[in-house]
Structures are given as C-alpha cells and as structure tokens.
Design a protein around this ligand. Structure first.
Ligand SMILES: [Zn+2]
Length: 245
C-alpha cells in the first residue's frame, strides 16, 4: 500500500516537473533534449527575475534560495511593470550583446540544481542613499564583485525607477551587473560596458586594453594588457568561454 502511494505521487508531480524544465529549455533558446550537463556545466546562466519576490540576507552565492549578500537588499521587491513583449526584447538584445560568449539568458528560474546568476529587476530599491533611482527614467544596479567567477551562482540587482521602457538601457545595465558577478571592475572608457556611470548608450565588450579603476581583480589576460589595464573581450573568453553556436 505504501509503495502504491509513492507511485501516485510520482504520477501527480512528474508532469509538472517536466513542464517546468521544458519551458526553461525553450526560454534559453536551446532545443529540447539538451541534457543537464550542457546547461549546468558549460554555460553561464543568467536568470532575469522580472517578477520580484522576497529576498533574504545571507552569504553570497545562493540565488536559488533568494539570498542576496549585498547590504540592505533584503525584503520584498515589486515586479517590474513591463509586459511580455518588452521582456522578450530585453532578452533578445542581451543575447546579441553576449553573442561571442557561452552564456544563456532566461526569464524562467532554472531548476534548483543549476548554478546561475539571478538579476532582480525591480522598480524599487531598499537603500535610497546608495543609488539614486527616483524618477521614471533612471536605471542603476548593484552586484557583488566575484573575482574570476569563483562562485558560479550570484545575486545582483537592477533598479529601474517607476517606468523605464528603454530596452537598450535595461540590457546594458543588466550586462554591466553581470560583468561584476564575473569579476569585472569599472573602467575609465565611457564606451565600455563596465564604465561606472551611464553617460552613453551602445556600449560593448571591447577587444582593446582599457584602464580598470575600481575594485580590480587580477587580470586573467596579462599577455594582452599591461598591469592596470583589462581587455574585457579576452577576459570573458577566459571566464565564460566562447559561444559554440
Ligand atoms: Zn558597476
């Protein structure tokens, strides 16, 4: 009798699990049938959490349990007030900005046994003295600096004011915060994705040496740049790996 109840539970819950995994695989743009070993081990996964939720204080590296290690980012975060089309546009743009690297962006939370970077995208922030996001058109963020991506999972934040609709701003700030979770610090080049203020659009991961100024991690690419400089493109190829598609 006990054996029978286990079977019934399996029958009830198995379809739901399969549905979640299928949806996840579809969202990262990989055909169904690709196994865990590909998604889990050979790709940087970035989960774009537009849906908000409660975050908790704790050690870095556990977005699976909604833990953020950045001071004063605990509490309830409201969903981003954007529609499905906008969110899809952000994902598409991110895929093009990161096309050279082995990274997948998804709007669906990966299964719990995956490592992933979670970017919490919300119109609110919990520390107004740190990032001034007050009107409707400012976007900013904060992320842990994880040198050389020692932790494969991290939680970062993008704050959008109340009604940010600019897809390019959103995708570039998400890219910038993701860069921090991979160990990239700020640089002096205003056209670089890792410039610390948003003064220009159309930023990119440049294949040139630029001056790193804040919280630099030891470069993984000393053969390309002298000390104090960094080549983001080469660095990302080292940390994330090249795209194989
Ligand atoms: Zn930054």
């Amino acid at each position: 009798m006990k054996f029978l109840s286990y079977i019934l539970l399996a029958l009830i819950f198995l379809p739901a699990c399969l549905e979640t995994d299928d949806a996840f695989i579809h969202d990262v743009g990989i055909s169904s049938g690709v196994g865990d070993e590909v998604l889990g081990s050979h790709r940087l996964l970035v989960y774009l959490n537009f849906n908000g939720g409660e975050l908790f204080d704790g050690d870095c590296g556990n977005p699976q349990k909604n833990i953020s290690c950045i001071n004063h980012t605990e509490g309830d975060f409201a969903p981003h007030d954007s529609d499905d089309e906008y969110r899809s546009d952000v994902v598409e743009l991110l895929r093009s900005l990161w096309i050279d690297y082995d990274v997948a962006f998804t709007r669906l939370r990966p299964p719990a046994h995956y490592d992933y970077v979670m970017i919490v995208i919300s119109p609110q922030q919990s520390f107004n003295d740190y990032i001034m996001v007050k009107d409707g058109y400012v976007v900013g963020g904060v992320a842990p600096l994880d040198c050389h991506n020692k932790r494969l999972s991290d939680t970062a934040h993008v704050f959008t004011g109340k009604k940010v609709r600019n897809v390019l701003d959103m995708a570039e700030v998400i890219s910038h915060e993701t860069g921090h979770t991979l160990g990239l610090g700020h640089v002096t080049d205003q056209e670089s994705m890792m410039y610390g203020l948003r003064t220009k659009q159309d930023r990119e991961w440049k294949d040139i040496c630029v001056i790193e100024i804040e919280y630099p991690c030891a470069s993984l690419s000393p053969i390309w740049c002298p000390p104090g400089f960094i080549n983001h493109h080469r660095e990302l190829l080292q940390i994330v790996g090249p795209s194989y598609q």
